[in-house]
Write a protein that binds this ligand. Structure first.
Ligand SMILES: C[S@@+](CC[C@H](N)C(=O)[O-])C[C@H]1O[C@@H](n2cnc3c(N)ncnc32)[C@H](O)[C@@H]1O
Ligand SMILES: [Mg+2]
Length: 943
């Protein structure tokens, strides 16, 4: 299935397909005194921007028009453009120009171009009413869409649009003044004086910070801050033009919008219409050359401005200004924001995929794009698929084409056999073997599949997704075919997008790498090189950091250092750190003679997952060798200057330091805490469906068969079992969850509240108790079913024995289900990189599935515990499990014991004890309500 657009979609449908509920339409009624009927204007809000339609008689038309404007802004061509002939496109441009210079358009105070026109009417006499071609090219979506019909490469080249507008205007010589030497248009007859007089409003003078990128004679452009002083009543484009040394705005080119300042204003690059090179001397400065001349940079006298071109993904020649100023659809006031050096560098670095995904805006140096996508809730920031689309748009590529297929893989038995082989071979690089064995195909994708990415696809069926990146002219740029299978189609798509992004990311970061890798066609890569050559300047050998040099606060011996290099934190762990990155300033440089450090980036607390590649590798490698509470300081050589400047708080000062020094970066890191890889994550990788789901399914089946009416889930956690019981029909009337974790109970309450509100289940009451299951509460005495899934191993071993006694001697359920990990199965799980650790002297505890586990039992130990317990309390017990097979060594991954009270045994009387605190309850009669303390004393369960 290829994800390509349907031929018949309307603009609104296309917007819906792209943004779903994130697109919100608001219709505004417009009262026009001259019209008897009401008109409508539509405001369309999308995540990144909003547009406002023109006025229409029908609401639907205004919505379609807004959607069309949004599509044009996104660079997506509505299909009706495909049917437009060249002649029609030219006619449309002519018509549109006529409308732009009409009295009616002048009073359209929503179209940005209307504001330009009004501002230009306030200029001095010679230039009054002259609208720069660059403004028409930059701000009129209609003209742009028609120009795209004439020549699709206009998107890269605003000057082409300007030349087409000029040509079209020449056909309106009775109406518009076109001068061959001035790139601006003016209406021949003056506007009515009353209209012009009404415009003369006083506006405040504005001073804003922008960035000046000077094309120096040396290779690198010089980036400096510049202040744009737009005095009251002046046309802001004239101010920018003059700052670039030009006569006025008619000599300007305006780029597309790109990036955003910290307050969310979009930036544009402003530069001069370039002079043709001397061998093309027939063209004079400021005159627009014929369109075919514009394709080659060598035709211009001014050098190509790499930094400015990289920022806006359009070719810029000569000096340029980056500013966030202009008229928008929102208002007719001039909107503006400062583009500081720092925000410029942030935008500049953000053009690569690594820059878009961030833990926080403060983690420019520390954060990277992770290797794999697990679930939407685990992903921070823009989703990979959206990022890839965004990236393709920035790089002037076609929208990515995803192809989904379902494919069979080796059956589970084969996989288990392969595991045995690996186990027998006891090879050191067993993990790599796993990847090759289980890839299930001879896919050459593996050649760039990172070692750290090992996953064991035990899926028997699933979705595989390929993604192709094509140039606008449909030439193949990248064919990315990861072989992995995923449970859901969307996961396959997101992971394919992520692979493509990761590949582009490494490609841009290491342009010296051989692009001729198998599976990727490189025909278009040269073109990519050309477009992004500046990125090479951005990341000069940045990948080749030196091995971090350790510096410890305390004296360390070589032995200490060696010991510290042993990795103690396994992949999949969630690590919390406080870190700072600074540039070392040499004591010779400092006037005071003291050794100075310039702080570049810091975070008081940042959490990340080990082994997914989302962290700067050096920071991660040091952190995984540390213990909680420990502090480390190390140095790496400097990454690309742009990245340091993007992160720095004082860009000007840091830049001056960097130019004087060749100083390394110094990292200080404090390890605040570590949470082990969650069992859920490990289990989700190994078992499909995930082991936790299999446990819940097992319990639900047992509950259904039991015809029980009351149930307690001991150690209910976030309520995964309780949630399932709301979804399936059972004989249950009352269910209770008990846990000691307030956080988990709060999550359970939230889930129950929303699920019960949907009203589908037949239950009469649901209660959550805060309490320890080591204590007895008489309200739960003699209950039909008690479950205790993956809880006992979170207690000390003697407490697990105590729980066993308490539950069977005091709670006395008819049926008790206990599940706990099978320690023997860990040798299979520990083959995964999730547990991969070079530390051979790991403590016993880190050999468990979770750092919070106090013990894990073998099958024999579990059998012994359960059989003895059952015998002494007059219960029978049966053993079973989920994950793997009970008959094959090492048995089930999760072992289960089902205890049944023997039919002849009496339920003993117990004294009233109610240590548990009801923290949330729901009853069918009263509906969903918060717990009221006065009702708590009564027993909730009738036994
Ligand atoms: C791994 S979770 C299992 C949660 C749930 N049973 C499931 O299968 O998803 C273990 C839970 O046991 C709870 N727990 C540990 N000791 C407990 C105790 N003494 N009393 C009550 N709950 C306890 C923890 O708070 C945690 O929520
Ligand atoms: Mg556990």
């Amino acid at each position: 299935m290829a994800c390509v657009k349907e031929e018949t979609l309307t603009p609104k449908e296309t917007i819906h397909q792209k943004f779903g509920v994130k697109a919100s339409y608001r219709i505004e009624q417009v009262h026009v005194p001259s019209q008897s009927s009401c008109l409508y204007r539509c405001h369309l809000q999308l995540p990144e921007f909003s547009v406002v339609s023109n006025v229409f008689k029908k609401k639907q038309d205004s919505e379609q028009s807004a959607a069309e404007l949004a599509l044009e802004k996104l660079g997506i061509h509505p299909h009706d453009d495909d049917d437009i002939t060249l002649g029609q496109a030219w006619d449309d441009i002519v018509e549109r120009l006529k409308y732009i210079f009409s009295d009616e358009f002048l009073s359209d105070d929503h179209h940005p171009l209307g504001s330009h026109l009004r501002a230009s009417l306030l200029r001095d006499s010679e230039r009054r009413g002259s609208l720069p071609l660059s403004a028409i090219a930059a701000f009129d979506a209609n003209i742009n869409s028609r120009c795209k019909v004439i020549n699709p490469s206009v998107e890269q080249d605003p000057i082409l649009v300007m030349s087409y507008v000029m040509k079209a205007a020449a056909k309106l010589s009775d109406y518009i003044v076109v001068s061959p030497h001035v790139a601006s248009l003016r209406k021949k007859t003056p506007y009515p004086p009353a209209v012009v007089e009404a415009l003369a409003t006083h506006r405040e003078s504005i001073k804003l910070e922008a960035v000046y990128i000077q094309c120096a004679t040396s290779d690198e452009e010089i980036v400096d801050p510049v202040i744009l002083d737009i005095t009251s009543g002046r046309y802001y484009l004239d101010t920018i033009a003059e700052r670039l040394g030009l006569k006025d705005s008619s000599q300007l080119i305006i780029s597309r919008t790109f990036g955003k300042t910290s307050s969310g204003y979009e930036c544009r690059v402003y530069s001069a219409i370039p002079k043709p090179s001397p061998d093309k001397s027939s063209k004079s400065y400021g005159k627009l050359p014929a369109d075919e001349d514009y394709h080659q940079s060598s035709h211009f006298k001014q050098p190509w401005n790499a930094k400015a071109s990289s920022a806006c993904s359009q070719d810029v020649h000569g000096d340029a200004i980056v500013a966030a100023v202009g008229y928008s659809w929102r208002s007719n006031e001039l909107e503006h924001d400062d583009v500081t050096l720092k925000s410029f560098y942030r935008i500049y670095c953000g053009m690569s995929p690594n820059g878009i995904y961030k833990f926080s805006r403060q983690a420019v140096i520390a954060a990277h794009l992770p290797f794999s996508f697990t679930t939407k809730s685990n992903w921070r920031g823009t989703l990979p698929r959206e990022m890839l689309s965004m990236f393709c748009r920035q790089q002037q590529l076609a929208e990515p084409v995803f192809t989904i297929c379902t494919a069979p893989v080796k059956p589970l038995s084969d996989i288990l056999r392969s595991f045995k082989k690996i186990k027998d071979s006891e090879s050191n690089d067993g993990n790599n073997q796993c990847v090759n064995e289980y890839a299930g195909s001879d896919d050459s994708y593996n050649h760039y599949n990172s070692k750290d990415e090992e996953e064991l696809p035990v899926l028997e069926s699933g979705y595989r997704c390929d993604v192709k990146i094509l140039s606008k002219s449909q030439d193949l740029v990248l064919d990315c075919s990861p072989g992995n299978l995923y449970e859901k189609e969307s996961y396959a798509i997101q992971n394919a997008a992520l692979k493509a992004l990761t590949w582009f990311s490494s490609f841009f970061e290491d342009l010296d790498a051989d692009p001729e890798q198998p599976r990727y066609t490189n025909g278009e890569l040269n073109w990519m090189f050309q477009r992004n050559i500046m990125i090479k300047g951005k990341f000069p050998s940045s990948k080749r950091y030196e091995e971090p040099k350790y510096k410890s606060k305390s004296k360390t011996t070589d032995m200490d250092r060696k010991r510290r290099r042993v990795r103690t934190i396994p992949n999949g762990s969630m690590v919390s750190i406080c870190y700072s990155v600074s540039v070392q300033v040499d004591s010779d440089f400092s006037k005071t003679g003291k050794c100075l450090k310039e702080l570049i980036e810091s975070n008081v607390e940042m959490e990340f997952e080990v082994g997914v590649g989302s962290m700067n590798p050096h920071l991660e490698s040091v952190v995984t060798q540390m213990c909680v509470g420990q502090y480390a300081c190390f140095m790496t050589n400097r990454p690309a200057e742009g990245l340091v400047l993007a992160a720095s708080n004082d860009t000007v000062r840091t830049r001056s330091l960097l130019s004087e020094l060749c100083a390394p970066l110094e990292y200080s890191v404090h390890l605040l805490g570590v949470k082990g890889p969650t069992e859920k994550r490990v289990e989700a990788v190994f078992f499909k469906p995930p082991l936790s789901n299999q446990r819940v399914e097992y319990a639900v089946k047992l509950i259904k068969e039991s015809s029980a009416s009351t149930l307690v889930d001991f150690g209910c956690g976030s309520g995964s079992l309780l949630e399932s019981l709301l979804e399936v029909p059972t004989s249950l009337q009352t269910i209770v969850g008990v846990d000691i974790s307030q956080k988990a109970l709060a999550r359970a309450a939230k889930m129950l509240h929303s699920t019960l509100n949907k009203g589908a289940c037949k239950l009469k009451s649901v209660t959550l108790f805060d309490g320890s299951i080591l204590e007895f509460d008489s309200r739960l005495h003699g209950i039909d079913i008690a479950t205790c899934l993956e809880v006992i191993e979170h207690m000390e071993e003697d407490e697990a024995f105590q729980f066993g006694k308490t539950v069977l001697s005091l709670f006395q359920p008819k049926l008790l289900l206990v599940s706990t990990p099978n320690y023997e199965y860990n040798r299979i799980l520990h083959k995964s990189s999730l547990y991969h650790s070079k530390d051979r002297s790991m403590s016993q505890r880190s050999k468990f599935r979770n750092l919070d586990h106090k013990f894990e039992w073998t099958r024999a130990q579990f059998n012994h515990w359960a059989s003895k317990l059952a015998k002494s309390h007059n219960y029978s017990v049966e053993f079973s499990g989920v994950g793997g097979s009970g008959n094959v060594d090492p048995g089930f991954a999760s072992q289960i014991a089902v205890f049944r009270r023997k039919s002849f045994s009496e339920v003993e009387k117990v004294s009233v004890q109610q240590p548990y605190k009801v923290i949330w309850e729901w009853t069918r009669v009263e509906g969903d309500k918060k717990y009221q303390p006065e009702q708590s004393s009564s027993s909730l369960l009738v036994c």
